[in-house]
Design a protein around this ligand. Structure first.
Ligand SMILES: [Zn+2]
Length: 423
């Protein structure tokens, strides 16, 4: 287990390949450890299928539909001395981990999940009326295999694109080698994520007419957008074959949760008088729940109480008194320890009672591997390695362009300040 109280902070600048190379070279050993781990038999889907998907489906579609992401992945590969297929594997880990038991191009209601499929997350945004000081916060307890925490293979990735790209700067939390799992940009847009599973998820076929890419890349594309509307369009149009939940917010004063299946985006808004929203790992949109064609595949567990527990912890403060420390306290809830909102590794044999039930989804030794509070207004990040109840928090400030578009539509030089800083 790593003794460092914090994760590595990687800063990468320049054109896509160059910033990828900077990422790969600065975090080379961590990238290699992640590749070695996910390449092990049984960690993800069957290895022959994994290679076929990467070569015949993901790479051609990433090259066609996200060329800058492809260039960045090539840079990561060269910088870390691994193959670009390995970097695609890392970025497709979420998608690949849930394919065991699904048949090609056939959505299926029962599936044998792999041991990397147990990751959960609790996400929440808080708009200006709820917070002390009027800032907009987007926060997440990132729950995943405790290996990420113990082996110290998570990084904070700060990206400053080349001025010719007209893109904002980014701060992301990621497994080393990935383009990002949650984050914010210098324009004040933030995105966090929840694992979601539906019966619409499927294994793509190379002959299928609809292209697909690893859905984690969508979060990175959202953060490269110049405004929220563009991010919404990216979400609707992004071609995918598995489900995922996104919690988006902007410093301008808006937030929502999106529940994605391969073909649809379900929009979840906060009640008009509640300028905040919490989301976990099951579908909540009424139209999804009322439908009979597609079902939630969440196997049961802490998702069914984490949302309520976080709300109970923070609700007394949502009339203008929410602070980051109070949020941390709410995120540190231990009901149903160790599978709690603040998730800790289980010291006992996992699931000794329920493992004999039919359809039992094997669950790995999970933990909250990071707690991140993105202050979208101040462009600051409060980040903790491991569970927030006892981890060490660090503060980062993201510099970069605060606007990319003049009211007249003219392009703006990155770094040029056009609007007064949002208080
Ligand atoms: Zn804890």
């Amino acid at each position: 287990m790593s003794t460092s109280p914090t994760y590595q902070h990687v800063v990468a600048c320049g054109l896509p390949y160059d910033r990828g190379y900077a990422h790969g070279s600065q975090a080379a050993a961590k990238v290699q450890r992640n590749v070695e781990y996910y390449r092990q038999a049984g960690r993800l889907a069957e290895s022959g299928m994994v290679q076929k998907l990467i070569r015949e489906i993901y790479i051609p579609n990433i090259t066609a539909h996200y060329p800058s992401g492809w260039e960045e992945m090539k840079g990561i590969a060269d910088g870390a001395s691994v193959s670009v297929e390995d970097v695609v594997l890392l970025n497709a880990r979420y998608d690949l981990s849930r394919l065991n038991g699904l048949s090609v191009s056939e959505p299926q209601s029962q599936a044998q999940e792999s041991d990397e499929d147990a990751h959960e997350c609790t996400t929440a945004f808080f708009l200006a009326p709820t917070t002390d000081g009027g800032d907009v916060l987007n926060a997440v307890n990132w729950d995943m295999n405790a290996r990420l925490w113990h082996d110290d293979v998570v990084i904070y990735l700060e990206i400053h694109p080349h001025s010719s790209e007209s893109k904002p700067s980014l701060f992301l939390a990621a497994e080393a080698g990935q383009l990002g799992r949650s984050g914010m940009n210098s324009l004040g847009i933030g995105v966090t994520s929840n694992s979601l599973m539906s019966t619409e998820d499927y294994i793509p076929d190379a002959d299928a007419t609809r292209p697909v890419m690893p859905i984690s890349l969508l979060r990175r594309m959202i953060l490269e957008c110049s405004h929220l509307s563009e991010a919404m369009t990216a979400t609707q149009q992004f071609p995918r074959h598995v489900s995922n939940g996104l919690t988006l917010a902007t410093a301008e004063g808006f937030g929502l949760c999106l529940e994605l299946t391969p073909s649809r985006v379900y929009k979840v808004y906060s009640p008009v008088d509640d300028a905040y929203l919490v989301h976990t790992n099951h579908f909540t949109d009424p139209s999804f729940l009322a439908g009979e064609a597609v079902y939630d595949r969440y196997p049961g567990g802490s998702s069914w109480f984490r949302r309520q527990r976080l709300e109970q912890g923070i609700r007394p403060y949502v009339r203008g008194r929410v602070t980051a420390p109070q949020l941390v306290q709410a995120f540190s809830d231990h009901l149903s320890f160790p599978e709690s909102l603040c998730c800790h590794p289980d010291q006992h044999p996992p699931d000794s009672v329920i493992r004999t039930l039919p359809g039992y989804p094997y669950r790995s030794n999970a933990a909250t591997v990071a707690c991140l509070i993105y202050n979208l207004s101040q462009r600051t990040i409060w980040a903790c390695k491991g569970p927030p109840c006892h981890g060490t928090f660090e503060t980062f400030t993201l510099k970069g362009p605060r606007s990319l578009t003049r009211p007249t539509g003219d392009a703006v030089e990155p770094g040029e300040e056009l609007r007064p800083e949002i208080p």
